[in-house]
Design a protein around this ligand. Structure first.
Ligand code: PCA
Length: 329
């Protein structure tokens, strides 16, 4: 008798549990997430971990499927895909939007923030204005992670900025295009998945990017010189559609925010490790890793100063507030 009651009780408990978790999985949302960079990239790996954390913390209610390397939407389309609700979430390089609003371009101004401490400070200083503009567009930043510092890849050693004159220069955002122009080079926008072909077909001869992207795209196959200029550390941001996020219950929202916070911490740490290991890999693969000459650095800094001045003029009150928060004056 007791055993029968036990059995019945066990069945009732199991049914109750099925009801609770079943409810979660009945509403389980599958979130497709387009990202621009390869699966092997540290940002992507961090996102995959974030997706696993969200799955666990929401009891399977939110399942994020990562579509890396521009396979679902190409990089320039990802922001509008999230904004228009075609996908609820996606990753972009924030400074890709630099022409839309100068606030988005601040992390790519040469030598404004050129190490991890400065880059983090600059993100903290620019986050409120960034959030404000994005929310007006129905978007929200879940987290941001910086790329390793940016260095120049070329076929010959660049001893001065003059050595960049006339070379076909691969760019990835409006700021890199402006830098190329100011150096007398010829800018060509190329997304990361297309880098190897752009070099092997002669569309470009040089680029500025991280040791990370250099390794991901096997730069040693088509260039031999890396100049460790540490010019800036641009941020990738994870954007979520505000309406899709607000439609979730509070518990689910909190779980996603907590996973995002952990991903941001983990991502910045991974980025720092990446800088060291990937710079070493470039050397191991036979590239010459140069400490840039004083003349090259002076030339690049002069260009950076000009770009910062132009940005200040364009960015108005928002820009002034960002610089004040960043520099503390
Ligand atoms: N890699 C990306 C953005 C910055 C970076 O380090 C790229 O080259 O497009």
């Amino acid at each position: 008798m007791t055993r029968r009651i036990d059995r019945i009780l066990a069945t009732v408990v199991a049914a109750g549990a099925a009801l609770v978790f079943g409810a979660a999985s009945a509403q389980a949302a599958n979130w497709d997430m387009p990202t621009p960079y390869p699966e092997t990239n540290f940002h992507t790996k961090n996102i995959v971990q974030f997706a696993a954390d969200v799955d666990k913390a929401t009891n399977g209610a939110i399942k994020i499927k990562v579509h890396a390397n521009g396979s679902l939407f190409k990089h320039p389309e990802i922001k509008n895909a999230v904004r228009g609700g075609q996908v609820p979430i996606g990753e972009i390089l924030l400074s890709n939007l630099g022409n839309e609003n100068p606030v988005f371009a601040v992390d790519s101004l040469p030598f404004l923030a050129s190490n991890y401490d400065e880059a983090r400070k600059l993100w903290a200083a620019s986050k409120p204005a960034t959030d404000k503009v994005l929310r007006q567009q129905g978007l929200m930043v879940l987290y941001a992670v910086a790329w390793p510092p940016q260095g120049i890849y070329a076929k010959k050693e660049l001893k001065t900025v003059d050595d960049m004159r006339g070379i076909k220069f691969r760019t990835y955002n409006p700021a890199t295009s402006q830098l190329a122009k100011l150096a007398g080079a010829v800018p060509t926008q190329v997304e990361v998945p297309d880098i190897p072909t752009a070099f092997t077909t002669g569309r470009v001869d040089a680029m500025i990017t991280s040791p990370s992207t250099g390794v991901n795209s096997k730069a040693w196959d088509y260039v031999s010189e890396y100049h460790d200029t540490q010019a800036w550390l641009p941020n990738n941001v994870i954007l979520v559609n505000l309406k899709a996020f607000q439609a979730l219950d509070k518990k689910t929202q909190d779980a996603i925010l907590a996973a995002a916070k952990a991903a941001e911490e983990r991502g910045w740490k991974a980025s720092m490790t990446e800088t060291e290991t990937m710079t070493k890999t470039l050397a191991e693969k036979g590239m010459k890793v140069h400490k840039p000459t004083a003349a090259l650095m002076a030339g690049l800094k002069k260009i950076g100063d000009q770009m910062i001045d132009e940005w200040v003029k364009k960015a108005g009150a928002d820009g002034a507030a960002i610089l004040k928060a960043y520099r503390g004056k």
